[in-house]
Design a protein around this ligand. Structure first.
Ligand SMILES: [Zn+2]
Length: 216
């Protein structure tokens, strides 16, 4: 069983304001610089800029490397790769120490090592990836372009959400009087409009009025 030592994650969101990816990158760099990081540098590989740095922002304070790149088309795509080779050295060291000082039988030791490696690896991985994600998301440029922190929403969905005449969940046309989406049933949170009924328009219809006492 091989544990991945390199983890690549993506933050992607649709942005209606068009922004230059170089500008976004520079803003992100300025933001990340404020954190306690080491060996920060910008590398250009195939016309694409990578922000590289090392951090100790983890549970057991080991050093790991991070690479961040930004791509902007219709979507803003921030890719971050975390390289955690150091974590395996720490796991190995802990297992060796336990092998020397514990009184486990060999079978039990193998089971223990396996469970320990898996848990320690996963907990650290989740912690680190969240740290990096939070650092990116706490930048002013991210908050400005994605104020509601809507990850992984499609272009269509963002357009639906910004259009009051369309259901934001399924894209069905809704009118001013709908309380619920006629297609998916999503409750529409807005004041229901009332109109003054113009009976001159319906001359051939025999209209009767019935007064209903309003419930308090
Ligand atoms: Zn709907």
């Amino acid at each position: 069983m091989a544990f991945p030592y390199k983890i690549k994650q993506t933050i992607k969101f649709y942005c209606k304001d068009k922004i230059n990816s170089a500008l976004f990158f520079d803003e992100l760099y300025k933001h990340i610089e404020k954190y306690d990081i080491f060996d920060k540098k910008i590398e250009k590989i195939n016309e694409k800029k990578y922000l590289k740095f090392s951090s100790k922002n983890s549970i057991v304070k080991f050093l790991y490397h991070v690479e961040i790149s930004v791509d902007i088309t219709d979507y803003v795509k921030i890719e971050y790769t975390i390289i955690i080779i150091e974590l395996f050295k720490i796991i190995l060291l802990i297992i060796v120490i336990i092998a020397f000082f514990s009184r486990f039988s060999f079978d039990k030791f193998l089971i223990f090592s396996f469970i320990f490696t898996l848990l320690f690896y996963l907990i650290n991985l989740i912690y680190i990836t969240n740290q990096i994600k939070n650092i990116i998301k706490s930048s002013d440029i991210y908050k400005k372009l994605n104020p509601n922190d809507e990850d992984e929403l499609s272009k269509e969905q963002v357009e639906w959400m910004n259009n009051p005449n369309i259901c934001s969940a399924c894209g069905t046309q809704i009118n001013d009087f709908d309380k619920k989406c006629p297609d998916c049933g999503l409750y529409i949170d807005r004041k229901i409009k009332t109109i003054i009924f113009d009976k001159t328009k319906y001359k051939d219809v025999d209209l009767h009025y019935k007064f209903i006492k309003k419930k308090k």
